[in-house]
Ligand binder design. Structure first.
Ligand SMILES: [Cu+2]
Length: 68
């Protein structure tokens, strides 16, 4: 299991939390995803054999947020 914390711009409310946690959480290989609104971060625990960091970033981007 790998753990990554991404800096994500544009998340501001509960809707954003649901959009990010819902979409990333649906990816195969993602075990846990937690948004921290105050810090503007998304912590993801994932299986690197099943999903890439790029795929996770792309999924967040597709929801309309900027991953740094
Ligand atoms: Cu929002």
């Amino acid at each position: 299991m790998e753990q990554v914390t991404l800096n994500v711009k544009g998340m501001s409310c509960g809707h954003c939390v649901k959009a990010v946690e819902g979409s990333v959480g649906k990816l195969d290989g993602v075990n846990e995803v937690k948004v921290n609104l105050e810090d503007g971060t998304v912590a993801v625990a994932f299986n690197a054999d099943a999903v890439s960091i790029d795929k996770i970033k792309e999924t967040i981007d597709d929801q309309g947020y900027d991953v740094e």
